[in-house]
Design a protein around this ligand. Structure first.
Ligand code: FES
Length: 259
């Protein structure tokens, strides 16, 4: 993990309140594993906490990476007002990332994402393809209006979309898409809200050996020091044992943590 003032090379609006930002700097050399995140400092003195944002795409040839974030408050609003040529203080890459070592050429991986949990799954899908693994994407959005990256995921492999309001694709949550597919994957990777992760866990825990869930958690330090991001372990009856999402996660095997 390192820190750098990275250059913003582009910023574009993908959907209402959802932005894609491209960053350039030496830190990109450290970015190898999909599913890690960056911790960005808001360039405004009264906003002290950094904001964790997952890495959406890594481009070592150009020395750039992309992040996608949704404007949720003052910090992310400040990010959205920054322009190409501005510099931003970035720490990272942080977190454990997805483990790909158990996958082999010819395997199939289901990639299941919801809302603003979808971005890190794009780099994951690219890296799976590079290993000869076939990705199948299942993406859920609140509505067509807030959909993004359909074309990008379709370019990588089969992509099924559900919307909560039925304005695009299958009407309902992403679990409906999984219920309809008549195929057993070799691995399942998922990122999104806990409700969606629970649905993925219920469906695949016990019948697919490799199920990895990336949790969304509120964070402060991002480095394991403050305990703002703890979650509890499923097998711990005392309810006392916990893990920190920022440095022991954000990715855990299904069945490990209480969702
Ligand atoms: Fe501080 Fe995880 S955010 S320990």
């Amino acid at each position: 993990m390192k820190q750098e003032l990275m250059e913003i090379t582009s910023q574009r609006l993908l959907a209402p309140r959802i932005y894609e930002m491209t960053l350039k700097g030496a830190l990109v050399e450290q970015m190898v594993v999909p599913g890690q995140f960056l911790h960005l400092r808001v360039p405004q003195n009264d906003l002290l906490l950094r904001r964790p944002i997952s890495i959406n795409d890594i481009n070592h040839e150009e020395g750039t990476c992309r992040i996608i974030y949704r404007v949720e408050g003052d910090g992310t609003r400040v990010f959205s007002e920054m322009k190409a040529g501005d510099r931003i203080d970035v720490m990272g890459p942080l977190g454990n990332g997805f483990q790909l070592s158990g996958l082999h050429e010819g395997d199939t991986a289901f990639i299941v994402g919801g809302g603003i949990g979808i971005p890190p799954l794009y780099e994951l899908s690219k890296q799976l393809i590079a290993r000869g693994v076939t990705p199948v994407h299942f993406l859920g959005f609140a509505s067509e209006e807030v959909m993004y990256y359909e074309e990008e995921f379709c370019a990588l492999g089969d992509t099924y979309i559900a919307t909560d309001d039925g304005s695009y694709g299958v009407h309902g949550h992403v679990g409906y898409l999984l219920a309809e597919i008549n195929q057993q994957p070799d691995a399942v990777f998922s990122c999104g809200a806990n409700g969606m992760l629970r649905a993925v866990e219920q469906r695949y825990l016990g019948n697919v050996a490799n199920v990895q869930l990336s949790l969304e958690a509120r964070m402060a330090c991002g480095m394991g020091a403050c305990y703002a991001c703890v979650c509890h372990l499923q097998e711990d009856e005392s309810g006392q044992k916990s893990v920190k999402v920022c440095d022991e996660g954000p990715i855990f095997p299904a069945g490990k943590v209480v969702l």
